[in-house]
Design a protein around this ligand. Structure first.
Ligand SMILES: Cc1cc2nc3c(=O)[nH]c(=O)nc-3n(C[C@H](O)[C@H](O)[C@H](O)COP(=O)(O)OP(=O)(O)OC[C@H]3O[C@@H](n4cnc5c(N)ncnc54)[C@H](O)[C@@H]3O)c2cc1C
Length: 383
């Protein structure tokens, strides 16, 4: 049954991702999480299947598919591994996107094409130690010296940094400009003198995905590594964040689906007072609520992806979607874990990992509070 009216291409990539997630990702995810190990083999296989550049045009090495196809892939990967899905989100929806949206032809050939095929990994570096939600207050600077930009400053929580070859870095280029003006985007290749990637943060969520501090001390990059217009980088980053919010919503829906499947199965197997626990209304009602929440979230998610694919402005909807789907995922994880009782807390049953990972969804790529501020602004402008 094709109840979401997906095209042949979309059904095909969804099936490919599902098979890979069920057969490959599921087998290693718990151990990788326990060891805080990066899923390198899985990322490479995702690259071979085209998952690292689903929306990148074929001329730049991508699969040339639409945003809904990307959403379908992310959803399937996240049914088993939020870390793997988030690594791909940081690479594709955030890291590669500024080059696709605003890069020169030369930048696309040199940096986007190897990223789309998975030859290189990208990172998106906006957040700084003193500015997360208030992203316009970044202090990293880029100053032109002859034919080179000289970058100084630091970044925080940058996903994929340990293995990324290409960093998309936001820096102030007009020190007098207030707010979000005077910020530009640069491509900074890994390994340059003065550019250091710190140790990954020890965090409770997404333990197989590495988010690190970065420091730049007189890092020199060629003049042509500026992406898009000088001092006009912030709107590009924000547009990428819209795409990222759709992708992270797909992670939320996929994770919630993964929890529903595990909790429903467990409820049929676990017997108390002589009956499987699913025969208690208290359990069946929870499963019904979880399934309904997921259905609402998925409808909103697919519609938002379709808006993006049809060129309809979707910034408000992407933010609403991120807010709703991430919070829905936290609620579903809570219900799923409750259904599983004490075993829900044990890593063997996996839902404890989903429960930990889900919390990140309400923080990264715009906290729930910031999402409400953004949506509230749209609403007040409209009515
Ligand atoms: C695992 C992980 C991976 C990440 N990956 C990346 C990455 O790859 N690239 C990148 O650039 N960034 C990344 N981030 C950063 C992430 O986007 C920020 O953590 C997030 O935007 C929140 O910023 P903050 O942590 O500084 O919180 P703060 O901005 O300090 O906020 C603290 C609290 O105050 C609330 N708050 C702030 N301002 C207001 C307000 N005006 N009204 C009401 N409440 C408010 C927030 O909602 C939050 O609850 C990552 C973060 C994590 C945890």
């Amino acid at each position: 049954m094709n109840k979401y009216f997906l095209t042949e291409d979309q059904l095909m990539i969804q099936e490919l991702a599902k098979k890979f997630a069920d057969e490959v990702v599921a087998a290693t995810v718990t151990e990788l999480d326990e060891k805080h190990e990066f899923p390198m083999a899985e990322v490479k296989q995702c690259a071979e299947m085209g998952f690292l550049g689903v929306c990148v045009p074929e001329e730049y090495g991508g699969a040339g598919l639409d945003h809904l196809s990307d959403v379908l892939v992310m959803e399937q990967l996240a049914r088993h591994s939020s870390s793997l899905a988030s690594i791909i989100d940081a690479h594709a929806s955030l890291g590669s996107m500024p080059i696709l949206m605003a890069g020169s032809e030369e930048q696309k050939q040199k940096y986007l094409a190897p990223a789309a095929t998975g030859e290189t990994l990208c990172a998106f570096a906006l957040t700084e130690p003193q500015s997360g939600s208030d992203a316009a207050q970044i202090r990293t600077t880029a100053v032109l010296d002859g034919d080179e930009w000289v970058i100084n400053g630091s970044k925080a929580f940058i996903t994929n940094s340990t293995y990324a070859s290409t960093f998309l870095v936001a820096a102030k280029t007009d020190l007098e400009a207030k707010g979000s003006r005077g910020i530009s985007i640069f491509i900074v290749p890994a390994g340059l003198p003065g550019f250091e990637v710190g140790k990954p943060e020890e965090k409770m969520s997404n333990r197989s995905s590495y988010s690190c501090p970065l420091s730049f001390t007189d890092v020199r990059i060629p003049k042509e590594n500026l992406v898009g217009e000088l001092n006009r980088g912030f709107p590009i980053f924000m547009k990428c964040v819209d795409d990222g919010r759709v992708a992270i919503s797909a992670v939320a829906v996929g994770m919630a689906q993964g929890v529903l499947e595990r909790a429903a199965k467990y409820s049929k197997e676990r017997v108390t007072f002589g009956h499987p626990i699913c025969e208690n209304q208290a359990i069946a009602f929870k499963l019904a609520e979880m399934a309904t929440e997921i259905e609402v979230a998925r409808a909103m998610l697919y519609n938002t992806a379709r808006m993006s694919d049809n060129g309809v402005p979707f910034s408000k909807e992407a933010t609403m979607c991120k807010m709703f789907c991430s919070e829905m995922c936290v609620r579903v994880c809570d219900m799923g874990l409750q259904i599983m009782g004490g075993y829900g807390l044990c890593n063997e049953y996996e839902v404890e990992r989903f429960y930990r990972d889900a919390k990140l969804l309400t923080i990264g790529e715009g906290t729930s509070e910031i999402c409400r501020m953004v949506v509230g602004r749209h609403v007040l402008k409209e009515y």
